[in-house]
Write a protein that binds this ligand. Structure first.
Ligand code: SAM
Length: 300
């Protein structure tokens, strides 16, 4: 976090003016004005911070990297959950890997067909911090149909029975630290094994503008495991470059040819970003991204 001396606006001397800054790389950064620091803890995996900000409400950062803000989290959580859940004809059992803030779980559990949503989060401190400071996302963590497991998602998937889930959502941190394994080909092959026929895997896949990550490899690892992979994009102001991507992977399902419209219209009553137009439109890719993912994703 950086402070700046705003004495120019305070003639009788400087005062503390706190800003959270995330340097996406050595070229571009995000800055949010901070009102107060609500929580800071070093877990065995990462530093967990909860800040109250002037423009984006409460935010969670992990090792200083932006994870969730009160103002724009709905974009990410609605799209990663409702797109696959409204393509699958009858999703009953869902697995969320990561997602310890509860936002994805909150959206998954809007679907009455889901009998059980299991969350496997490696860091219990994230879950506790969300429960205490981020009620707007933590509702998912306390839901009666939610089952919270604290552990490594790679191990959890390996130990899960074949054909035990209709949907697996990988709501992970970046491919660094404990998150690395969640982007590997071997992990995605295990994800495919635990999916039922007609199952779908959804994974957050970083920013299309990010050059430091080999996006073709990330999506290619999914393509090694599934018959088809599609790239989906959306705008998230506080994520690196403000433009994000997710992967939709399946052996049989198409991401937008057939949307369960009755269920979608019911869900749309509660959403602030998702609707069936945004669902379809999210799979239209700009040319620079098509070129980056040509030969790997089916919509490039
Ligand atoms: N859902 C939020 C959003 O809007 O994008 C942020 C993602 S969520 C906070 C990412 C979570 O993945 C973190 O809580 C992190 O602890 C968890 N994670 C990282 N590696 C993991 C692993 N190997 N197994 C399970 N969870 C993991």
């Amino acid at each position: 976090m950086t402070t700046s001396d705003s004495s120019s606006s305070a003639p009788e001397g400087a005062f503390l003016d706190l800003w959270y800054q995330e340097r996406h790389n050595d070229e571009i950064a995000l800055g949010l004005h901070v009102k107060s620091v609500l929580h800071s803890v070093q877990s065995p995996f990462q530093r967990v911070d909860i800040l109250d900000t002037t423009g984006f409400g409460r935010i969670m950062t992990l090792d200083g990297l932006m994870m969730v803000t009160e103002r724009d989290e709905f974009v990410y959580h609605e799209m990663i959950a409702h797109v696959p859940l409204l393509v699958h004809p009858n999703p009953k059992r869902v697995l969320v890997i990561g997602g310890g803030d509860g936002g994805t779980l909150r959206e998954v559990l809007r679907h009455d067909s889901v009998q059980e949503a299991v969350l496997c989060e490696i860091d219990g401190e994230v879950v506790e911090a969300a429960r205490k400071y981020l009620p707007f996302v933590a509702t998912g963590l306390n839901h009666p149909r939610a089952k919270i497991h604290i552990g490594d998602g790679v191990d959890f998937v390996k130990k899960s029975d074949a054909g035990s889930f209709d949907l697996v959502i990988v709501d992970s941190t970046d491919p660094i630290g404990p998150g690395v394994g969640l982007f590997s080909g071997s992990f995605y092959k295990e994800v495919r094994r635990i999916l039922r026929p007609g199952g779908i895997a959804m994974a957050q896949c970083e920013s299309p503008w990010e050059n430091a990550i080999d996006l073709k490899k990330v999506y290619g690892n999914l393509k090694d495991a599934f018959a088809s992979v599609y790239a989906m994009t959306g705008t998230i102001p506080t994520y690196p470059f403000g433009y994000w991507s997710w992967a939709f992977a399946s052996d049989t399902a198409h991401p937008f040819e057939k949307i369960e419209l009755d269920r979608a219209h019911a869900i749309e009553k509660a959403t602030r970003y998702y609707n069936t137009d945004m669902h379809r439109g999210a799979f239209a890719l700009p040319n620079f991204l098509k070129q980056r993912l040509k030969g790997v994703v089916s919509n490039a």
